[in-house]
Design a protein around this ligand. Sequence first.
Ligand SMILES: Cc1cc2nc3c(=O)[nH]c(=O)nc-3n(C[C@H](O)[C@H](O)[C@H](O)COP(=O)(O)OP(=O)(O)OC[C@H]3O[C@@H](n4cnc5c(N)ncnc54)[C@H](O)[C@@H]3O)c2cc1C
Length: 344
Amino acid sequence: MQQTLVLKLKPAEAADESTVKRYIAASAAVPESAISGYTITRQSLDARGKQAWVQLSLLAYINEPFIQRQLQSFHYPDVHQSDKTVLVIGAGPAGLFAALRLIEAGIRPLILERGKDVQARRRDLAVMNREGIVNPDSNYCFGEGGAGTYSDGKLYTRSSKRGDIGRILSLFVHFGAEEKILYEAHPHIGTNKLPHIISAMRRQIIASGGLIYFEKKLTGFILEKNKIRSVITADGDQFNGDALILATGHSARDIFELLHQQQILIEAKPFALGVRVEHPQELIDSCQYHLVPLSHSAVQLRDPLLPPAAYSWVNQVDGKGVFSFVCARVVSLLRPQHRPVKLW
Ligand SMILES: Cc1cc2nc3c(=O)[nH]c(=O)nc-3n(C[C@H](O)[C@H](O)[C@H](O)COP(=O)(O)OP(=O)(O)OC[C@H]3O[C@@H](n4cnc5c(N)ncnc54)[C@H](O)[C@@H]3O)c2cc1C
């Protein structure tokens, strides 16, 4: 028999499989030995009270063999011989996902990225952080993986324009993200994990016959009869394709100027203006998890089984919504130089 259950457990209990099984058995009124396994379908944290609770929705297998979660599978055909090539400009999330989708549709993507691959890009970031020298084509905004690559990859959204989010989460798992992003209420990929996932996506694109060129900055379009026929890059190379996907993100202001110069229609869209606010993680933890101050400068640390606390804030000012976007953290009070520990 399979039974759907909801359990409210302490963090340590929720993290321990045998304890979860014990609670399932009690809840289903069967002996513990009858539980062959369980799959978590949803996990959320309620930290409103002094005691934080983990709410687990799960599917328990009772007196029947346990079946592992079926992960969505993806098929990327060989497109080496495809008679269609689509130019994709930019290897941020939009460009990479577009390339993978093109392959699924049997079309060969050719990606041009102004920055470097995700590993080489890291070296430029180190120089930037250490010496303050910014490479205009390889930095926190530009390079393989795009703008959020060095964040911890928060995967939830306030947007109501939702597509098939489950498919995207499954795709991340396919390329190496942990399965728990499929059921967590506030999933995130985790610090330092995104670069590996992005490399895996690139390997798939290349294995299927797609092409990726790094350090190729688009600088011009060649138009024929009002259609883009090919593109030119800063080093003078020219690339042709049957269509073009411009996935250069919002930091590439030169692209907007280029489109304007070449009299290609650009449409403005509503935008939100933001400021970045940094808080010590310990402060947010202490507020959200009701931690006790130990002294003037030290606070009790959060339970290591609890994630770094986040918050969201929404208000109306002069009829306009003001809200915190991806929130958390970022300076550790316990570190000597108050260095940011995470970026987003
Ligand atoms: C520090 C930071 C942390 C973030 N954290 C999160 C998060 O946790 N969760 C979340 O959902 N979102 C996060 N975001 C937002 C997220 O990164 C963006 O929404 C997302 O990257 C947009 O994807 P994109 O592919 O449209 O553009 P981008 O990511 O900007 O990618 C555009 C790509 O195009 C390339 N490019 C630009 N111009 C050219 C050119 N002329 N020729 C060739 N290539 C070019 C760039 O090098 C870049 O790689 C974060 C953003 C930042 C800056």
